[in-house]
Design a protein around this ligand. Structure first.
Ligand SMILES: C[S@@+](CC[C@H](N)C(=O)[O-])C[C@H]1O[C@@H](n2cnc3c(N)ncnc32)[C@H](O)[C@@H]1O
Length: 278
């Protein structure tokens, strides 16, 4: 059997991913190889003449082959970074997106003394765990309708050493108590938009985390319809929003007696966050 050097396996992997039209073939190859070998990407180059052990080689080959079939890198590595923390991810949870870090940053900046915070649709737990790591005196509850996602979120809370009360719930169904903040990045992709998402997303990320009826508005409507029962007197809602939905969500908020505060754009100048107040 051929013995491979690190430089050779990098070239093999990058060529294979290039032939499969993967967007960043060299970079993804380096991430996978450095993950398996327990080296930084720089170390790969410092050790490029080193030989790769047989078991590492077969693991690298199987991970590269998964990437060649469009599986997201984060699922293959089993983890991703979000807001300076590391989160376990798998096919049961949406991969936390960089846009969502802006929502977390804004909430932390504007609510350093919030006491009770609820997240609806927590997935990997990325939002609520990043908040808990930064808003020290608050209590946190986070819900999801996926037990598999809640399992991952619980592991992520332990990994990042924060205390969160995770609970299975269809939106507010099992929620009790009053909260200063309700935070949600709910599913907001309409059936029509879904078909235009990349294969990577459609074939691997959970559709339950993405799809929403009523042209993407269903969860915003449901949350806004019941939220007053769960908010304190000066309570606020922070939403991540689908970029075409801001006017409709604003209207639903006002119809439900909320005061619209602002819509904030992401780094690509798309409407991405909305703040609403009791
Ligand atoms: C867009 S993902 C957001 C995940 C995570 N908060 C983030 O920002 O990366 C939406 C989440 O809502 C959950 N979800 C879908 N329907 C739900 C429902 N009826 N009640 C509660 N959670 C729901 C999904 O399982 C998924 O984890």
């Amino acid at each position: 059997m051929k013995i491979w050097k690190i430089s050779e396996i990098i070239n093999w992997a990058a060529n294979l991913l290039t032939s499969k039209d993967i967007e960043n073939p060299k970079l993804d190859s380096e991430y996978i190889i450095s993950h398996v070998l327990g080296m930084s990407r720089l170390e790969l180059y410092l050790h490029q003449e080193d030989k790769v052990a047989e078991n590492d080689l077969s693991l690298i080959q199987s991970m590269i082959s998964r990437r060649g079939k469009n599986e997201p890198l984060q699922y293959i590595l089993g983890e991703t970074d979000f807001y300076g923390l590391t989160f376990k991810v798998n096919e049961h949870v949406l991969i936390p997106r960089p846009e969502t870090e802006l929502l977390v940053e804004k909430i932390i900046k504007e609510n350093p003394t919030a006491e009770e915070i609820l997240e609806i649709g927590t997935g990997s737990g990325a939002i609520v765990i990043a908040l808990a790591a930064n808003i020290k005196n608050a209590k946190f509850m986070a819900v999801d309708i996926s037990n598999e996602a809640l399992q991952i979120a619980r592991e992520n809370a332990v990994k990042n050493m924060v205390n969160i009360n995770f609970c299975f719930s269809d939106v507010f169904e099992n929620v009790t108590g009053k909260y200063d903040l309700i935070v949600s990045n709910p599913p907001y992709i309409s059936g029509n938009e879904y078909q235009y998402l990349s294969r990577e997303i459609r074939e691997y990320e959970p559709s339950i985390a993405l799809l929403a009826n009523d042209n993407g508005l269903a969860f915003y409507k449901k949350i806004l319809h019941f939220a007053k029962d769960y908010l304190t007197e000066k309570g606020k809602i922070y939403f991540e929003i689908g970029h075409s939905l801001s006017e409709s969500i604003k209207k639903v908020a006002e119809e439900n007696g909320f005061r619209y505060i602002e819509t904030v754009k992401d780094l690509n100048s798309y409407d991405r966050m909305m703040v609403i107040e009791v």
